[in-house]
Design a protein around this ligand. Structure first.
Ligand code: PLP
Length: 406
């Protein structure tokens, strides 16, 4: 078969296994509602956990920034793209996470994909949680360091690897909140292991910054490892397109490590800087997150989490239990409902869509075979009635399927 003909065959294979991903065209409506291919749906699929993406203060900041700075940054930050808004944002980000220094990147994926090779190379070792985000995995591969993956959350396994290691440079890499499971790494224990075994730690707080810890300062703050208690071995990374509601990412940590990464991270040096309009939107967002409004929004988010968990707890709905659908054990805004098969997950997604809810089915290879799921993402933008509506729709669908099967 010619190479060109092969693409059709391989796409058909994806179809046959229910693995072809399709994009939907969306437009925001009020609250957490979206028009999805023109149909209004209540969305439980956005990582805009605090509902800030459409906030009036952020919109106003962008309008002002466009008038003042125009649109594009024009060049890499290493050339002429490091504008005053971006510089101010970096100081505010460092203050937010109470670490000595921060650098603002235009995108999270690109940051992690090239950060790791600035730290380790051939002959060095990476110790990575098995469920780390794809960009950390890609970054590890690009570095050409030897990769040891430890079982998800298995710090005993990690410790055994570190204890047995003869490598001079050891880098431990972990998500804080795992993006498809919603559980949270034991950051304090990871830091302690790195101190004991002379390793560095890179943590990705994409789903924690803005949500976890006092004032939403993130996973390190939640573990009390900032300010005076910050470890010189930790590189903190977080993205700004989720709870912060905008786009981009940042790294923060000790002065010398951050200065080194600024010199050597290729996605920073060789990419055009983020536009000032995004930096200004982020400064407005950060002020909300750290202030009273952030407190109120986090409280609403946490109430929604508790409400959904109560409604879908084992024993709460016999039909849901009988279908074998179960909520993963998650203390975060990501509440996965494990369904099992790819087709079953897609069918449930479609059924909920007919009932007016949009909850994405997540299938392998993003998650392990046999654990296809609905990834329910909660937000402060959801009302309690929104959450009840989703739980009712899931229960009603389970009851219908049970009736059909008996
Ligand atoms: C979303 C995400 C990223 C990527 O960030 P972008 O800014 O969207 O490119 C990186 N790491 C984790 C854990 C994420 O969930």
């Amino acid at each position: 078969m010619s190479w060109l003909a092969e693409f059709d065959v391989r796409l058909a294979e994806l179809d046959a296994r229910s693995l072809r991903r399709r994009r939907r065209v969306v437009a925001p409506l009020d609250g957490a509602r979206m028009a999805v291919d023109g149909v209004p749906l209540l969305a439980f699929c956005s990582n805009d956990y605090l509902g800030l993406a459409g906030h009036s203060a952020l919109r106003a900041a962008v309008h002002e920034a466009v008038d003042r700075y125009g649109v594009g940054a024009g060049a890499s930050p290493m050339v002429s793209g490091h504008g005053e808004a971006n510089a101010a944002l970096e100081l505010e980000l460092a203050a937010a996470v109470q670490l000595p220094r921060a650098v603002y990147f235009y995108a999270g994926y690109a940051t992690n994909a090239s950060l790791v090779q600035a730290l380790v190379g051939a002959g060095d070792e990476i110790h990575a949680d098995a469920l780390n985000h794809a960009c950390l995995i890609d970054g590890a591969r690009l570095s050409r360091a030897t990769i040891h993956r430890y079982g998800h959350g298995r710090l005993d396994e990690l410790e055994a690897h570190l204890a047995a290691s003869a490598a001079r440079r050891k880098l431990v890499i972990s998500d804080t909140v795992f993006s498809m499971d919603g559980d949270i790494a034991d950051v304090a224990a990871l830091v302690a292991l790195c101190e004991r075994y002379d390793a560095l730690l890179l943590i990705d707080d994409a789903h924690g910054f803005g949500v976890l810890g006092p004032q939403g300062r993130g996973a390190l703050a939640a573990a009390g490892l900032i300010g005076e208690r910050a470890s010189p071995r930790v590189i903190y990374m977080a993205t700004l397109g989720k709870a912060l509601g905008v786009a981009g990412a940042f790294i923060a940590g000790p002065e010398n490590l951050i200065e080194w990464l600024l010199q050597k991270t290729r996605s920073y040096t060789y990419a055009t800087a983020a536009p000032a309009l995004l930096a200004q939107a982020l400064r407005a967002s950060l002020a909300c997150v750290l202030g009273a409004e952030g407190e109120t929004r986090r409280a609403a988010l946490h109430a929604n989490q508790a409400r959904l968990r109560e409604r879908l707890a084992p024993g709460a709905c016999a039909a849901v239990d009988a279908m074998g659908w179960r909520l993963a054990h998650s203390p975060s805004a990501i509440q996965p409902l494990i369904v099992g098969g790819n087709d079953a997950a897609l069918a449930l997604m479609a059924a909920l869509q007919r009932r007016g809810y949009w909850v994405p089915a997540i299938r392998p290879p993003t998650v392990a075979e046999g654990t296809a799921r609905l990834r329910i993402a909660l937000s402060a933008a959801h009302t309690p009635a929104d959450v009840d509506g989703l739980a009712d729709a899931i229960a009603a669908e389970a009851a219908d399927l049970q009736r059909l099967s008996t």
